[in-house]
Ligand binder design. Structure first.
Ligand code: BEZ
Ligand code: FE2
Length: 407
């Protein structure tokens, strides 16, 4: 057992002062130091510096570790041009990211206070790196393929990757399933995968309504995807539409990434099924896509969380940067309230969506905690300043273990 005494604790709903935390793998008790020392006389005591803030470790629900080699290989500004550049550079990017490259990306997240992440794994090249990560991991094995003729082979490959991820024997590593997107996965495959997801109660995610090209292709087999599908995949028409795609997820809470092109009817379906939207503002901006309409989500009480996406559409894996960019992109949102919502979107709400016992400084939760060195006394506008100043993160605890920093 250890007791830690910061100046301030952000839970993240309230800011506590004069409180300490007794923890082992989980948070045992939050109370004044004297009370904790009486109850746990053997506990080691960690006294933190002036203006130290302890808050929950951050949760990045959507990242592509396998694409971490990208620096300037990919074309930005237009979704289809980006996709063509991914296809053209795929081999170089995948082969260019060996274990040490993936470890570096995972360590970048740790340095930036990310204590849990959802890895979207296209090829299982990242399985070893994710299995050995210090963080809690939801490992989303991705299924892709819109051609019916390829369905069997692709499903066999998907199953073998899923099985391989199930052999990882460590606490806080959760095998899960990603359906790439409505335009890229044939309904036969979606249905087969969802059967497994439902039987085995796995976490489930999909990219959904990311680009105008996706909207037009799914609605009317037209737009920028027409040439892509006709030339590369010999398909004249979309294999599904958005309504049919969402119907497969009926009754199964899913994390839908991007959702910047969703219409009213789809939002109603998303709300009814308690799906969560993953907001990746930097990725959306770089790929020439729209900004997520968060007001529409809030009006309908649809949960949204914040993630970085991969280094294939970002320049760092830092949720503080992501939240700051979102704060500026949503320029008509009420500043303080929105900053507070963003912080919940990388802590308590992200934990709930991923099914993790984390994201909150509360008795019984995993001791995933980060220490920030604030420069001065926090005030009522702390949430705004957390996003603006990118305070130094001096310590990172995951399941009670110090994984970054020194005591
Ligand atoms: C496919 O495998 O069918 C596919 C992959 C990426 C984009 C579109 C389709
Ligand atoms: Fe993604």
């Amino acid at each position: 057992m250890q007791i830690i005494s910061p100046n301030y604790i952000l839970t993240p709903d309230v800011l506590l002062t004069e409180q300490s935390i007794a923890f082992d793998k989980t948070i045992q008790k939050i109370a004044p130091l004297e009370e904790l020392q009486k109850e746990f006389p053997q506990a080691e005591h960690i006294q933190l510096e002036k203006n130290s803030l302890l808050m929950p470790g951050l949760i990045n629900a959507h990242v592509h570790i396998e694409f971490s080699a990208n620096k300037n290989h990919l074309s930005y500004g237009d979704f289809l041009n980006w996709l063509y550049s991914v296809i053209e550079n795929r081999e170089d990017l995948i082969n260019g990211c060996d274990l040490s490259c993936m470890d570096k990306a995972i360590d970048m997240m740790l340095t930036n206070g990310i204590t849990s992440f959802g890895a979207i794994s296209s090829h299982a090249m990242d399985l070893e790196a994710c299995a050995n990560a210090k963080q809690n991991v939801v490992f989303f094995n991705e299924l892709i393929g819109s051609q019916a003729s390829m369905a069997d082979a692709l499903f066999t490959d998907f199953l073998s990757r899923l099985d391989a991820s199930k052999t990882i024997q460590r606490e806080n590593f959760h095998p899960a399933v990603a359906i790439h997107s409505p335009y890229s996965v044939h309904p036969i495959l979606v249905k087969k995968a969802l059967e497994i997801v439902k039987n085995e109660k796995l976490k489930l995610t999909a990219h959904f309504m990311e680009s105008q090209a996706e909207r037009e292709w799914l609605d009317s087999s037209s737009g920028d995807f027409k040439q892509f599908f006709t030339e590369l995949l010999k398909q004249e028409n979309s294999v599904t539409d958005a309504k049919e795609f969402l119907s497969y997820f009926e009754g199964y809470e899913t994390l839908l990434t991007h959702a910047v092109e969703t219409n009213e009817e789809e939002l109603e379906t998303i709300k009814r099924n308690k799906h969560t939207i993953i907001h990746c503002p930097i990725s959306n901006r770089l790929l020439g896509n729209k900004t997520l309409n968060i007001k529409a989500l809030n009006d309908k009480n649809i949960r949204w969380i914040v993630a970085t996406d991969g280094l294939s559409s970002n320049y760092k894996l830092d949720l503080f940067e992501e939240m700051k960019i979102s704060l500026f992109m949503h320029s008509s949102a009420p500043l303080l309230k929105f900053a507070q919502e963003l912080i919940k979107g990388v802590t308590i709400n992200a934990a709930d969506a991923l099914g993790l016992n984390a994201g909150e400084i509360k008795e019984g939760k995993n001791a995933d905690m980060i220490i920030l060195d604030l420069n001065n006394t926090p005030n009522d506008e702390l949430a705004i300043h957390l996003l603006l100043h990118r305070y130094n993160i001096s310590k990172v605890f995951i399941n009670g273990k110090l994984e970054k920093g020194t005591l």
